[in-house]
Design a protein. Structure first.
Length: 132
């Protein structure tokens, strides 16, 4: 039981989904409206694995790691990614998905990179187990 709990709060490396794409800082949305539009338009949606068992009307947990440029504050990358994830799920499930039930469990730097082209996003999304 304790081991299951540890595996839940610290997902295994193989549980993470990999997206070879840069995150986008929430701080830059207003200043770079066109860049944000292009980031969303060019987002590689095919890397998002849709888990149809997740019920977004109940608590959902997400763990995030980013490969990003050192000048970027990693915590500012989570909101835009979660919004994009909800948009992709909404389209795939043909219903509106709101991010108000998604709880950020982890948002951290995996490594610093020298260019946006070398950036990446790693994520795990799970239905919260009520016992955890």
């Amino acid at each position: 039981e304790y081991k299951d709990y540890i595996n839940y709060i610290e997902p295994n490396l193989e549980d993470y989904n990999y997206i070879p794409y840069s995150g986008f800082s929430i701080n830059c949305i207003e200043d770079y409206n066109k860049k944000y539009y292009n980031w969303k338009k060019n987002f590689p949606k095919e890397y998002i694995k849709i888990d149809k068992t997740i019920d977004f009307t109940k608590p959902v947990d997400i763990w995030l790691y980013f490969d990003h440029k050192e000048k970027i504050d990693v915590t500012n990358l989570s909101k835009t990614f979660i919004d994009m994830l909800c948009n992709i799920y909404s389209n795939a499930l043909e219903k509106e998905i709101n991010d108000n039930k998604i709880q950020l469990r982890q948002c951290a730097t995996s490594r610093y990179v020298d260019s946006y082209e070398n950036s990446a996003i790693y994520y795990v999304i799970r239905q919260r187990n009520v016992d955890k």
